[in-house]
Design a protein around this ligand. Structure first.
Ligand SMILES: [Zn+2]
Length: 212
């Protein structure tokens, strides 16, 4: 029977904290009372994807929101409030990240109307909508290629939604320098791939293809 204790995690944490402080005695104290992150990351909750680790960033660098599929949805109060507050904190880069082998995107590709646990299915419906909007790009592809393509399309849809969101729109209206980026992470090699040019204002949206 599996242990119900997380004592091993607490022990790991103690060792990690001590190791950080042994290299730099101010490692934590410099971030103890404030933060001014440069980056906001929105991506999937997948256990293989760790943005701080993948981008080798120390605490205080990146404000993070993660959800199933890394969706950027204007109706998602949690995601939108994280984005809004990240901009209040002064982030300069909004990074929308998908990842290959994403279960939410596989569900979006393959699930029928009655498949999946109910709350998961309700979220995956957003990915299905991306699939339907881009059916021509996916048609005829072998399943694995269609899955990868849908990951990229879903990420691009997130980039578009971030750019057309109220928080980013207001930041641009106020003249703040904020760039929105689209990247896809590959759990097979730990590499991030940029899938579009950074978008730095409403006119940048025109650079996205009509299919997105
Ligand atoms: Zn995922």
């Amino acid at each position: 029977m599996a242990s119900s204790s997380i004592s091993h995690l607490l022990e790991n944490n103690k060792k990690w904290s001590e190791a950080c402080c042994s290299k730099d005695s101010d490692y934590f104290s410099k971030w103890a009372t404030s933060q001014s992150p440069e980056y906001f990351y929105i991506g999937c909750a997948d256990s293989r994807v760790s943005p701080d680790m993948a981008m080798d960033l120390p605490p205080g660098s990146i404000f993070v929101h993660r959800n199933l599929g890394g969706l950027v949805n204007h109706k998602d109060l949690n995601a939108m409030s994280c984005l809004e507050y990240a901009l209040v904190l002064g982030v300069k880069h909004v990074i929308v990240s998908g990842h290959y082998n994403c279960g939410a995107c596989k569900g979006g590709l393959l699930w029928g109307p009655t498949d999946g646990p109910p709350l998961t299915a309700a979220t995956v419906a957003d990915v299905k909508a991306v699939k339907e909007m881009n059916a021509a790009q996916l048609e005829g592809l072998p399943q694995d290629q269609a899955w990868d393509k849908l990951v990229e399309l879903n990420t691009m849809n997130g980039v578009k939604n971030a750019c057309t969101s109220m928080p980013v729109g207001n930041a641009w209206k106020e003249g703040k320098k904020v760039a929105v980026h689209g990247v896809v992470y590959n759990p097979a090699d730990g590499k991030l791939k940029e899938i579009c040019e950074p978008i730095t204002g409403p006119e940048g949206l025109k650079s996205l293809t009509d299919t997105y």
